[in-house]
Design a protein around this ligand. Structure first.
Ligand SMILES: CC(C)(COP(=O)(O)OP(=O)(O)OC[C@H]1O[C@@H](n2cnc3c(N)ncnc32)[C@H](O)[C@@H]1OP(=O)(O)O)[C@@H](O)C(=O)NCCC(=O)NCCS
Length: 144
């Protein structure tokens, strides 16, 4: 498995993962294009046998960041890819002096909540009916 920064050439693969994982942010090609061009954006992907099988997107500037999108292809979940992507993005922040990161996660999205809690994120808030459904969101934070 290779973990590397995503590029514009990866957009089709990133979209494929998002279509298969409705819990992702659901960016279309244009959304990925603008994300990948943002100076504050860090998008890492996991590549196996020339296939992108996971990604994580962070926006980070001036010591404050937000994880805005995470997904692993359904064929490759429970193999430690999400955990490694998260650890890599935390390392990326540490090499830039560290800071405080937050995210929103569906209150019923137990796999993602466990993933974040294992990495050290803690729940700091609840946003009522934040997602369609409606579903509440937990706000989670970590200091790195
Ligand atoms: C959440 C997601 C990124 C996890 O990716 P993954 O590569 O399967 O996760 P990992 O294999 O690295 O698992 C790391 C930890 O996450 C938790 N976890 C992951 N999948 C889980 C599941 N189905 N049930 C319970 N816990 C789970 C576990 O704590 C796991 O550690 P363990 O295997 O030692 O028990 C993946 O399930 C996904 O893409 N989900 C849909 C998109 C999404 O929800 N994104 C987050 C939006 S906020």
């Amino acid at each position: 498995m290779i973990y590397r920064p995503a590029s514009l050439a990866d957009i089709a693969a990133l979209e494929t993962i998002e279509r298969a994982q409705p819990r992702c942010a659901g960016w279309k090609a244009a959304g990925w294009q603008s994300e990948l061009k943002l100076p504050a954006s860090c998008v890492l992907c996991a590549e196996m046998a020339h296939q992108v099988v996971g990604f994580i997107a962070l926006r980070f500037t001036s010591g404050v960041g937000e994880i805005v999108n995470v997904g692993v292809a359904p064929t490759h979940t429970r193999q430690g890819i999400g955990r490694t992507l998260l650890q890599q993005v935390l390392s990326w922040v540490r090499t830039r002096g560290g800071g405080r990161l937050s995210l929103e996660v569906g209150a019923n999205n137990f796999p993602a909540i466990r993933l974040y809690e294992q990495a050290g994120f803690v729940r700091v808030g609840l946003r009522k009916e934040f997602y369609p459904g409606p579903e509440d969101a937990f706000v989670m934070e970590i200091k790195v």
